[in-house]
Design a protein around this ligand. Sequence first.
Ligand code: IPM
Ligand code: MG
Length: 399
Amino acid sequence: MNNVDMDAAKNHFANLIKQQLKRVESMKKEIDWVNYGSLSPIIIGICGGDGIGPFIAEQAQRVLGFLLKEEHDAEKVEFRIIEGLTIEKRAEVGKAIPDDVLEELKKCHVILKGPTTTPRKGDPWPNIESANVAMRKELDLFANVRPVKVAADGIDWIFFRENTEGAYALGSNGINVSDDLAIDFTVTTQQGSERIIRLAFEYAHKNNIDKVTLVTKANVVKTTDGKFLEIGYKIAKEYPEIDCDDWYIDIMTAKLIDPKRRTQFKVMALPNLYGDILTDEAAEFQGGVGTAGSANIGKQYAMFEAIHGSAPRMVDEGRAQYADPASMIRAAGMLVRHIGYEDGARKLEMALDICGQFEKKLTITGRSTGASGQEYADYIMDTLQNPELESKWSSFQNS
Ligand code: IPM
Ligand code: MG
């Protein structure tokens, strides 16, 4: 027991409990969902982020400007560039999100964000919290919604990943109790689980989807995952028309590659870390993480991003302009849908499918052997304007 400051460890834990109880109280407050229809203008913040972020964000912004041109001209939407969410600035002020940047972000209604570098022990940067994770917490973006579709393989999945709790809630607040003992914490709350699981069921209900799958490791992680699962089945009772089943994360990871099984999954609801892992695997079927977008939804704010990292190596090797902007463009499409422009979003999705999965007139290799991000964004916008867009897409779907 040498070198163990038991009181310090107990105090640390007591403080975490107090913090989390406070968070629970704030979740109990009834807040209405923002009504984008009543906002004029809708302010869309754009943060480039780190590494390839500014390169792919620029392409996504072009597509966004193209889709919302009329609304922008009519001053119904405003684009606002938010500077300073860079690893250099974050390292300088020692914060995951510098205060002035957070203030600017809070003045926006929705945000399109490029990937940000997440430091880890041993990096040249101070080991500060991830900007993504901090933004999800600060803006209470509790639902991480990640669709993956591969029509040719019958895959049509949508993941509802809990986004503010689980292993992430206190991911930067573990304790090194002694040189020998390190402890991290995972957090599950009644309110946090209910709101994400309910959103998954509501989505299934509204879209006539007859199945929701809960993914946990409740056989081993009994207290927190056990709670998530129990709440899941309790909510399922409110939706008798929807079949609810549950899988453990390990076998679920395997079943996603089983061609007979995987097409049976539709809507998945899962705690934070499992959602992080499973959605990377899922995106691989669609062409890789470079093709998948991610919506981080809260009642007051929403943020849209690529699901991948900032790929600093591509910048170091001078090939950032060849980074695949598809994930960010997909995220831009999700943003457009979220603020109420369903038609534009649907067309953009069709164009992304045509360019990325069927026609493939241009390929992205990440190097000068393939198309640049700018060329690829042009290809998507050309496809989007093609009067044959819908019929082309339908014929590809049925081929
Ligand atoms: C994601 C990313 C982030 C996460 C990282 C960058 C912190 O992997 O959005 O899936 O773990 O959530
Ligand atoms: Mg991830």
